[in-house]
Design a protein around this ligand. Structure first.
Ligand SMILES: N[C@@H](CCC(=O)N[C@@H](CS)C(=O)NCC(=O)O)C(=O)O
Length: 209
């Protein structure tokens, strides 16, 4: 590890952070993981706000370049380090289709299964039943999509799959069962079979533990 090594500011139970970690691993990129202590509010400290004014994880530092937002990080890494060009193909229609799923990840995923998990893992006081219902609405849509598609876009793995993966795989931690969703489960297994795949720690243990 040297000063040129990419740094990822993250928390081990943050699915948004795992998105970036997973993609770095799939690209076989060395990374220095910098733990940010969410429990003591380190993400709202003056030093961290200089990296991301929103005070959110993850943040990637690549020499002088600082990128926040997990989906922004996926785009940056694909454009900078994916020699194959397959994770984010330079085709306008494919890019538009990928963007659609990045938007779904930032909206329906964040406000459904990810938020349901905030209640159980992080102790947030939110309307859990509503979030579980929203997660199921999303999963029903994805179940239909994966009936005829092996991956999110064009039947090949792209950053769209990475953006969707973590919070769908960990939905059961938020009391959202994946049992009815056989096509979604098969898609998760296809991601997990990719060379370089790494899992996020599975836990129900909250921040205080
Ligand atoms: N749109 C952001 C969302 C990131 C996010 O919500 N991060 C969580 C951790 S998983 C966080 O930092 N939460 C603390 C906060 O919002 O104050 C992304 O994709 O990176």
């Amino acid at each position: 590890m040297n000063s040129n090594t990419i740094k990822l500011h993250r928390h081990p139970l943050s699915g948004h952070s795992h998105r970036a970690e997973l993609f770095l691993s799939l690209l076989n990129k060395e990374v220095e993981l910098v733990e940010v202590n969410l429990a003591n509010g380190e993400h709202k400290s003056e030093a961290f706000l200089k990296l991301n004014l929103l005070g959110q994880l993850p943040v990637l530092q690549d020499k002088d370049t600082v990128i926040s937002d997990s989906n922004g990080i996926l785009v940056y890494l694909a454009e900078t380090y994916d020699a194959s060009g397959e994770w984010y193909p330079k085709n306008p229609v494919v890019r538009a289709q990928i963007q659609r799923f990045l938007s779904i990840a930032a909206n329906q995923v964040a406000n459904g299964p990810a938020a349901a998990r905030l209640v159980t893992v992080f102790g947030y006081n939110l309307d859990h039943e509503l979030l579980i219902a929203k997660a199921n609405t999303l999963l029903q849509m994805l179940e239909q999509h994966f009936e005829n598609n092996n991956f999110a876009v064009e039947n090949k793995p792209t950053i769209a799959d990475i953006a969707l993966y973590t919070y769908i795989a960990h939905a059961p931690e938020g009391n959202v069962s994946l049992a009815p969703y056989v096509n979604v489960t098969a898609w998760l297994k296809r991601i997990e079979a990719l060379s370089g795949f790494i899992a996020m720690a599975a836990t129900k243990v909250g921040l205080a533990a």
